[in-house]
Write a new protein. Structure first.
Length: 223
């Protein structure tokens, strides 16, 4: 048991999928895992452990932003000895070259956030995915004939902002989309010597104002 996760030791798998929304984690666990067991619901951040194709897997919630995923991923890595965390979330496209529901396997997370600097003394604004998960995701998608984009993304601490221009760090690093968590996840994994990746679905295209606005709970959680 950790400060923010109430699962007992041994109830969290070595590989964890982290969704931002607790109800999305719940939906994924109930739809895809066999024998899914709710192992933590502290702060209504649901964590389920079960099996997928006979392999143990945990699906849980990270909340929104670097501080939130920073806490959950750190406790998973250290208190529960998790080896691999894959963030599964959504993003906004900075370019119309990306379309709604395009899938991104994140190469580098770029950010103005001071999370990495003040947590672990990691310098710079760019942190790469960690370990073998990125290549495994790429290989698996190819085998399943699933189209993936591989690119840099901007991890922002700001959801609503006055200035509509693409931030400098995103321009300098050719980020094609923006989200809020990958930078902190990659920073924790780098410092702790763990594996981390991020898969994102494009939920809105900023230049064209296209958005996926679900009209039902089922639509929201099945994307």
């Amino acid at each position: 048991m950790s400060m923010h996760i109430s699962a007992q030791k041994g109830e969290i798998a070595k590989t964890v999928l982290l969704a931002g929304d607790p109800l999305r984690a719940k939906y994924i666990a109930e739809k895809y895992l066999e024998d899914a067991k709710l192992v933590s619901q502290t702060r209504n951040a649901f964590y389920y452990t079960g099996t997928y194709k006979e392999k143990e897997l945990t699906v849980g919630a990270s909340g929104m932003g670097c501080p939130s995923i920073g806490i959950y991923s750190y406790e998973l890595f250290t208190e529960y000895e998790v080896d691999t965390i894959i963030r599964i979330g959504t993003c906004g496209a900075y370019t119309s070259d990306l379309k709604l529901f395009d899938l991104i396997n994140v190469d580098n997370a770029c950010s103005e956030s001071t999370f990495a600097k003040y947590s672990w003394g990691i310098k710079g604004s760019v942190i790469r995915n960690q370990g073998k998960a990125f290549k495994t995701i790429k290989k698996t998608a190819k085998g399943l004939d699933i189209k993936l984009k591989h690119c840099n993304i901007h991890s922002s601490d700001i959801f609503y902002r006055k200035d509509s221009k693409i931030p400098k760090v995103a321009k300098e690093n050719k980020c094609l989309a923006v989200e809020m968590e990958a930078f902190a996840l990659f920073a924790n994994a780098q410092y702790l010597g763990k594996t981390a990746a991020t898969i994102l679905t494009v939920s809105d295209v900023i230049p064209t104002h296209e958005k996926f606005l679900p009209t039902s709970g089922k639509q929201r959680f099945s994307r």
